[in-house]
Design a protein around this ligand. Structure first.
Ligand SMILES: [Zn+2]
Length: 681
């Protein structure tokens, strides 16, 4: 998991891996656009001033139960599902072994056909894994672990730690190498360390899962139980050196530029000379070691753990990483723990949806080229740019008019705002997949080679200027992001559709939808994290001390507000973990409102369906966050997701805005009128 790379609107990539589409498509045709908004969905039994989210979403929630193969379901998922059907059509079109296919079509078609050929995968059993497992069995000494770590990391198996590229935080136009904590299969270090009964129970279930996976590899139950305990011991040792999620949001806590010699001094039991010779990066003098303490702990683990135990750990990581493309007994056991136990999903999604997801992940921009041709015209880019410009102007006005910020800091903030660049729809230049070999009939090999291709693509950036044309995800993604190290925003084609943006909807709905999302991403440049980076993306303080104090006081208000919200049962939201996202939601909604008022220029259109434009604007916002989640999923996300649940993205923001109170004529003591309203931007 990369750090600080991008702030996204929806959820972490790691979480997206749990988000699968429903087994039984709903009665609606998923290929047709969803309806942006219908007044029939408003719950007239709820006073919008009491619970705006329930007013806007409770009927949608009742009509859209969580599909059995999902941990949760929201309006984002409707859009994702529609995209999956489009991608399936593309992949099926090129699945036949037709010599007329071009190189891209061969890769995406053969990848999908191979993934879909379950009977071939069943027939092959664990044979495709043999060479991987044999390589581990052949290790002769702990010195050999380095070489094996290189091989596995290059293939996307997350052993020991992670290695990737990053813009240098303090010289952000240049890319350097980075080593980060890693090597743990659970979603966060806290899963290994927390002592509450729920965490203890999940750890017990995790060990049982690891044991079952060893049994599926053919080990006896007794041996497997011991092996699972070994895995847990090693991962727990790594977790002890890992930094918590709130600390990882602080760029100063994850930036430690060091020489290779200095890194080697932290972990002398790992052979760094061999590592840097073999990992595939250009010669590296200095790199970012995100968390030095982690590498000290890793070294202690290397010293104190036997070679045999390390082999057990490596075997586990290999089978864990490979499980999605192994026979169904592995797929099911992996699902049982990571989707059912951790996230509350009841059933595995159909094969085709999983294969579409893996193809998106492994061949994203190859599929993306076809997707964009089908779905996204040049006019889409133009319309979105127009809205981005309107939102940037509103944020500029907002900055100029802030009562708490002095002239010097305002000037700096304006320079940063004007330096933000936009990436809309799809990349100007597509990734070249020529070096990636996709072989019909080799599902595991395709997966490992794709991982290796992506790994090498990332490492090739080291030592060069930042390539701002390189996108973090493919264009069919339903998401958006701000990157503090590049000071740019990205809006892929996937999100520029209903319910976020609808040609047929009025300005009020669109500014409440995609307008507020654009505002959200722009505000990330000025949240508690983004505000520490300058217009060029360098970690550099451009604030006067007094203004910084005022800023911290205001973000503190937001952190306290959201810490008061209950995620599920005994679990509150973590106001510090979600601070950047909540600040972006609040700022984004405000500047979208300002941009809408600019558009009206004093001439507000008449009500539609009995709702004023201002009321419809807030409904446009609430509308995109309607969602249902299983209890387990809510609990998991409260621990690891920097975004608040939909309910609080809506009620937390509108209750801070006098404009909302005015639009809905709320009384001063209504629940949606916060007494100590927070406002940063
Ligand atoms: Zn965000």
């Amino acid at each position: 998991m990369r750090i600080l790379r991008i702030a996204i609107i929806l959820a972490l990539a790691a979480i997206a891996a749990f988000a699968q589409a429903p087994q039984q498509p709903t009665a609606k045709n998923p290929k047709t656009e969803s309806v942006t908004f219908s007044p029939d969905l408003l719950d007239k039994n709820v006073d919008p001033c009491t619970d705006f989210y329930a007013y806007a979403c409770s009927k949608w929630q009742a009509q859209n139960p969580i599909p059995s193969d999902q941990p949760g379901w929201g309006r984002f998922n409707e859009l994702q599902e529609r995209g999956q059907y489009i991608v399936r059509d593309i992949l099926e079109k090129y699945s036949a072994n037709d010599p007329k296919r071009n190189a891209i079509e061969q890769k995406i078609g053969d990848y999908y056909q191979t993934c879909m050929d379950e009977s071939a995968i069943e027939a092959a059993g664990t044979k495709p894994l043999e060479s991987e497992l044999n390589a581990i069995a052949a290790l002769q000494s702990k010195q050999d672990i380095t070489k094996e770590a290189i091989r596995l990391q290059r293939q996307g198996v997350g052993v020991l730690f992670s290695f990737d590229s990053t813009p240098d935080f303090k010289n952000a136009t240049q890319v350097i190498a980075e080593t980060d904590q890693g090597g743990m299969a659970l979603p966060d270090r806290d899963y290994y360390l927390k002592d509450d009964p729920k965490s203890v129970e999940i750890r017990k279930q995790y060990v049982e899962h690891v044991q079952k996976m060893f049994e599926l590899l053919g080990d006896t139950p007794q041996k497997s139980a011991a092996e699972a305990k070994t895995v847990m011991d090693i991962e727990t040792a790594l977790a002890k050196g890992a930094l918590d999620r709130v600390s990882r949001r602080d760029p100063n806590k994850v930036y430690h530029k060091m020489t290779v010699t200095e890194l080697a001094a932290l972990a002398p039991d790992f052979n760094w000379t061999v590592y840097f010779d073999g990992i595939g990066a250009p010669p590296t003098q200095a790199l970012n070691v995100t968390e030095p303490e982690f590498f000290k702990q890793m070294d202690t683990a290397l010293k104190n753990t036997s070679l045999d135990d390390w082999k057990t750990y490596l075997r586990w990581q290999v089978v864990h990483a490979a499980s999605p493309v192994l026979p169904s007994k592995f797929v099911n056991e992996n699902f049982n723990f990571f989707s059912k136990t951790l996230a509350g999903t009841k059933e595995l999604s159909p094969r085709w949806k999983r294969c579409v997801r893996y193809a998106d992940n492994d061949l994203g921009e190859a599929i993306g080229q076809k997707y964009v041709d089908l779905t996204f015209g040049a006019s889409g880019k133009e319309r979105t740019l127009k809205m981005v410009n309107a939102l940037e102007k509103a944020l500029g006005d907002d900055i100029q008019n802030l009562s708490w910020m002095g002239a010097d800091t305002k000037k700096q903030a304006m320079v940063k705002l004007q330096a933000i660049t936009n990436r809309i729809g799809y990349p100007d230049k597509w990734r070249d997949y020529t070096p990636l070999k996709i072989v019909r009939g080799d599902a595991l090999g395709n997966s490992l080679r794709s991982n290796e291709f992506a790994f090498q693509h990332d490492l090739n950036k080291i030592g060069k200027p930042v390539d701002k044309q390189d996108w973090p995800y493919p264009p069919m993604t339903v998401n958006a992001s701000y990157n503090p190290l590049q000071n740019n925003i990205t809006f892929p084609a996937g999100i520029l559709q209903p319910p976020f943006y609808d040609n047929k909807a009025d300005d009020a709905m669109n500014f409440g939808g995609i307008g507020a999302v654009i505002g959200h991403e722009l505000t990330h440049g000025f949240d508690d994290q983004g505000s520490q980076f300058d217009p060029q993306g360098n970690l550099r303080d451009w604030w006067t001390p007094q203004d910084k104090k005022e800023f911290d006081q205001r973000t503190g208000c937001v952190a306290d507000e959201y810490s008061g919200f209950t995620a599920i049962e005994d679990v509150k939201l973590n106001g510090k973990l979600t601070l950047g996202e909540n600040t972006a939601d609040n700022g984004g909604l405000r500047i979208a409102y300002m941009a809408l008022m600019d558009t009206y220029a004093g001439k507000e259109p008449p009500p539609v369906d009995g709702l004023t434009a201002k009321q419809r604007f807030f409904l446009g916002w609430a509308n995109v966050w309607c969602q249902n989640r299983s209890d387990a999923y809510s609990r998991m996300l409260a621990n690891i997701d920097p975004h608040s649940p939909g309910k609080f993205r809506v009620n937390g923001t509108v209750s801070n805005m006098p404009e909302f109170r005015e639009a809905y004529h709320c009384k001063a003591d209504a629940p949606m009128v916060r007494q100590n309203a927070c406002r940063v931007w």
